[in-house]
Ligand binder design. Structure first.
Ligand SMILES: Cc1cc2nc3c(=O)[nH]c(=O)nc-3n(C[C@H](O)[C@H](O)[C@H](O)COP(=O)(O)OP(=O)(O)OC[C@H]3O[C@@H](n4cnc5c(N)ncnc54)[C@H](O)[C@@H]3O)c2cc1C
Length: 404
């Protein structure tokens, strides 16, 4: 159901159709704005690992009427194991330990979430795939937008939901180097055949400075993730063959199933590669242009928080635009003010999650696996996990969601 409210600014262009973009499109359309989404990929990108939806982000899902769909798409992981180079289990984890979630949180494949959000928003929203913004010129009455493949158009407002390497952010604030904080690691995710016959089960093989993971939520397909310390020089972001070579070189001497997983890279339909980095900006808008999701406040692909932040950011930004009857000056300022504390807490937490994930040496790996083994057997493990779960739950709920 869309509203019939009159708005100062009515037409909105969103760049990026992953999580933040379609979620924002859904809310803006529901409030009565006229929404266009431009996505550079030729179709919806369905790759990626499993992602958490935590705290108030689950309330956003409920307010979108998507709780049942998310529940259906839930990974329902039974647990997993840390394995050595021969595949022997070093520590086995149950579902409580593998996801570290609070009651009510959920976990889905990123691609499933992108599909659910796209399906929920596509009716009444103009989606343009295979195109991208090439330039933005802010006018008194709107923003003139140049496109790679379509003629220029003028929109009242433009929102960048185009991820960590946002073109919109580059256009309004300049080069990414000013805002990116690097952990020194890189991550790669691919779909692989489920040759280990994993069933809602994850295997993790840590070696000093590296991790290889594989899991499956359905018996037919599986995902693999490679996390490693970046070498100094990275290939260009568009150089997929160079990125694939880099992953292959970083894991060339890897044990366990690493060689089989590496062999799957060239055939994988959804190769994803990025540095494990954060984006920190003092402000998320300039004039008639604003940012949402990773483009504004990426907490890094290993943080476990980025998807929730994108969902909450989309809800608040759209809601403030509705509350201000489309007045971007009022709405963008309120969006920033209401989101700041939540974002800062999650960025801090995201940094420690990402940097503590990979153990630096053999001793640290031994300590990690011993601790996991002990935890599994502890009758009072809930108490022992509190120092980890409590800050996560706190950061995930650190915003009051208004009803717009
Ligand atoms: C294919 C893919 C796989 C991912 N896998 C993981 C993962 O395994 N683990 C994890 O933690 N996070 C992953 N992420 C990131 C994760 O989705 C985000 O951290 C989080 O959900 C916030 O989403 P977002 O919509 O803000 O940004 P993103 O999910 O990064 O989406 C940005 C979107 O904008 C599009 N885009 C980029 N530039 C332009 C442009 N110039 N013009 C138009 N469109 C543009 C991109 O193609 C993408 O669809 C992945 C993202 C993608 C796109």
């Amino acid at each position: 159901m869309t509203s019939t409210q009159q708005f100062t600014n009515k037409t909105v262009l969103i760049s990026g159709a992953s999580v933040a973009g379609p979620a924002l499109a859904y809310w803006l359309h529901r409030y009565g704005f006229s929404v266009t989404v431009v996505e550079q990929a030729s179709t919806l990108r369905e790759g990626g690992y499993k992602v958490d939806i935590r705290g108030v982000a689950m309330d956003v899902i409920a307010r979108m009427g998507l709780s049942a769909e998310i529940e259906r798409a839930s990974t329902d992981m039974r647990g997993g194991a840390w394995v050595d180079e021969s595949g022997k289990a070093l520590a086995t984890l149950g579902p409580d330990l593998i996801g570290l979630r609070s009651p009510g949180d959920d976990e889905v494949l990123r691609g499933d979430l992108a599909r659910i959000l796209f399906d929920a928003s596509k009716s009444g929203v103009e989606y343009i795939f295979g195109d991208s913004i090439t330039g933005l010129r802010q006018l008194a009455e709107g923003v003139e937008v140049g496109f790679r493949n379509s003629p220029p158009r003028v929109f009242d407002l433009v929102i960048g939901a185009d991820g960590m390497h946002s073109t919109v952010r580059h256009n309004i604030f300049g080069s990414e180097e000013q805002f990116a904080r690097h952990t020194g690691m890189a991550a790669c995710v691919i779909s692989v055949p489920n040759f280990l016959d994993l069933d809602h089960w994850e295997l993790v093989h840590p070696t000093p400075g590296r991790i290889v993971q594989m899991y499956s939520t359905h018996r037919s397909a599986a995902k693999a993730q490679f996390i490693f310390a970046e070498p100094g020089q990275l290939p260009d972001r568009r150089d997929v063959a160079g990125q694939q070579r880099l992953v292959a070189e970083a894991f060339a001497d890897g044990g366990w199933e690493t060689a089989n997983l590496l062999r799957a890279i060239p055939e994988s339909p959804d190769f994803y590669f990025d540095t494990v980095s954060q984006i920190h900006l003092d402000r998320w808008s300039e004039g008639r242009v604003a940012l949402v999701g990773d483009a504004a406040y990426c907490p890094s692909p290993l943080s476990g928080q980025g998807t929730s932040m994108a969902l909450v950011g989309a809800y608040v930004l759209a809601g403030e635009l509705k509350a201000a009857a489309g007045d971007h000056r009022v709405a963008f300022a309120a969006y920033q003010e209401k989101m700041r504390e939540y974002i800062d807490l999650n960025l801090t937490l995201g940094w420690s999650n990402a940097t503590q994930m990979v153990a630096g040496g053999k001793r640290a790996i031994r300590m990690q696996t011993t601790m996991l083994r002990m935890l599994r057997r502890m009758p009072w493990k809930g108490l022992a996990l509190r120092p980890i779960i409590k800050p996560l739950a706190h950061a995930s709920n650190a915003i009051h969601l208004e009803t717009y």
